[in-house]
Ligand binder design. Structure first.
Ligand code: ADP
Length: 453
């Protein structure tokens, strides 16, 4: 078993990882930037070490600093969390070469899945259905680009091969917009990922985002922990997630799970992973795989009763699973609301000092958050400050509990998107499950129209 775990992340996920490690009796090491010395997990871990200035490039993305911290503290494993270096193959490679257990799949799997073009190609070969598209990077010649777009059929979506966080994406409705949109997407991708390779995919007009959670040990056992619906997104960023996705038939589920399990077995996948799909007209289309723990993992934990981070740590310590697919039972329904420190309408970040933090409580309510009263939210990082998760025996009872949880939550001193969540949870289309990935865009348009009447 891992003896001492270094947590290469910050905020709520660092705290979450620390708790799982402690439950397994591991020693924990926090690494933090100069702006983060007051973080809760920094205070609660057995040891903490400052790895650089506030700028993430010089701290949470600084591979030599993190590996040195692991070395000097005598850690034997590194958990990368999500974001930052979690899907950086070089980091995984260097950590392993330096003798540490990297909590995640091998560097070569991360590399294959990190490039969306190779990921799609690989999945296609493994029998996973994908979105019709360019089957490779877009060429530079405008005539060739036009031919490809015509073959796919408009509307077409231009996506960055190295993409993440919705960056480097452009929807193209006709031939006249094509060249300009490709150039824009390339520029954005170059700035964000230092890689301007883009590809094209059919833009699905009313899909849901449905993803599948997998977990694999080092002995070839792959289990599927079910699915999640993450269609409620703002600018390609998820804000509400649910498990299980509502309205799928048992047959759709078992076929999808089997496809994912087969693909992971053939890839020799290790650790936790998520296969993301778009779902439209009863068809699933693979879009990408995340080779790490995801923000929304708690909803799966609530309906399966499995602590995914503990299982990640056990599996990467070399333990075989002590359960099989048949042991995994899905019970009830769980919803997560991501609480961001931001203006609910403009979405602009709202860092500052939290004057009062009063989290909700009650049966079936879980709060994953690093906030505390008087904590100062720095402006250098992501605006996620809390995740509220509500469990109920049905989807509707989970919605009801979430409404109450949001009503009880007090976060004073900074702006948050709680008011937006409250509105969504009272929206009839949301309650009826009439949602696609465009739900929130339409919701905002409707609100503006109503306000101007
Ligand atoms: P990123 O890694 O940048 O988050 P993804 O490939 O995961 O990019 O896509 C993010 C979101 O963009 C999806 O959840 C979905 O809302 C939208 N999207 C992606 N591909 C398509 C597509 N082919 N058609 C319509 N929407 C898409």
């Amino acid at each position: 078993m891992i003896r001492k775990l270094l947590i290469a992340n910050r905020g709520e996920i660092a705290l979450r990882i620390m708790r799982a490690a402690k439950a397994l009796n591991m020693q924990t090491v926090a690494v933090h930037s100069k702006a983060d010395s007051e973080l809760l997990h920094v205070r609660l871990c057995d040891e903490s070490i400052c790895i650089g200035p506030a700028n993430p490039q010089q701290s949470y993305l600084n591979i030599p600093a993190i590996l040195s911290a692991a070395e000097v503290t005598g850690a034997d494993a590194i958990h990368p969390g999500y974001g930052f270096l979690s899907e950086n193959a070089t980091f995984a490679e260097q950590a392993t070469q330096s003798g540490f257990i990297f909590v995640g799949p091998t560097a070569s799997t991360i590399r294959t899945m990190g490039d969306k073009i190779t990921a799609i190609e690989t999945m296609n070969k493994l029998g996973v259905p994908t979105v019709p598209g360019s089957n490779g990077p877009l060429p530079n010649n405008p005539d060739d680009q036009k031919k490809i777009a015509q073959r796919i059929g408009y509307p077409v979506l231009i996506k960055a091969s190295a993409g993440g966080g919705g960056k480097g994406m452009r929807v193209v409705h006709n031939e006249y917009q094509l060249r300009e949109s490709i150039l824009e997407a390339k520029k954005e991708a170059k700035n964000a990922f230092m890689n301007d390779e883009v590809y094209a995919e059919k833009f699905l007009t009313r899909p849901r985002h449905i993803e599948v959670q997998v977990l694999a040990d080092q002995y070839g056992h792959v289990v599927c922990l079910g699915d999640r619906d993450c269609s409620i997104q703002r600018r390609q960023q998820k804000i509400i997630e649910e498990a299980q996705a509502f309205g799928l038939t048992q047959q759709q589920r078992s076929e999808l799970y089997q496809i994912c399990i087969n693909a992971c077995e053939k890839m020799n996948y290790e650790g936790a992973g998520t296969l993301e799909f778009l779902f439209q007209d009863s068809q699933f289309y693979f879009i990408e795989m995340n080779t790490r723990i995801q923000v929304e993992h708690p909803v799966t934990e609530m309906v399966t009763g499995i602590d995914i981070i503990k299982e990640q740590l056990r599996a990467q310590s070399g333990e075989a699973f002590n359960f099989t697919q048949e042991d995994i039972q899905f019970r009830g329904h769980a919803i997560e609301c991501r609480i961001n420190a931001e203006d609910p309408t403009t979405m602009l970040p709202s860092p500052g000092t939290v004057r009062i933090f009063h989290p909700p409580q009650g049966f079936g309510i879980r709060v994953d958050s690093h906030l505390y009263t008087s904590y100062k939210i720095p402006h250098h990082y992501d605006s996620l400050i809390a995740k509220i998760i509500a469990f109920g025996d049905t989807r509707f009872s989970a919605i009801q509990s979430m409404r109450q949880a949001l009503a009880e939550t007090v976060i004073d001193g900074v702006k948050t998107n709680i008011s937006l969540h409250k509105k969504i949870l009272n929206d009839q289309s949301f309650i009826d499950g009439n949602t696609t990935i465009h739900f929130l865009k339409d919701f905002f348009t409707l609100q503006k129209e109503t306000a101007s009447v």
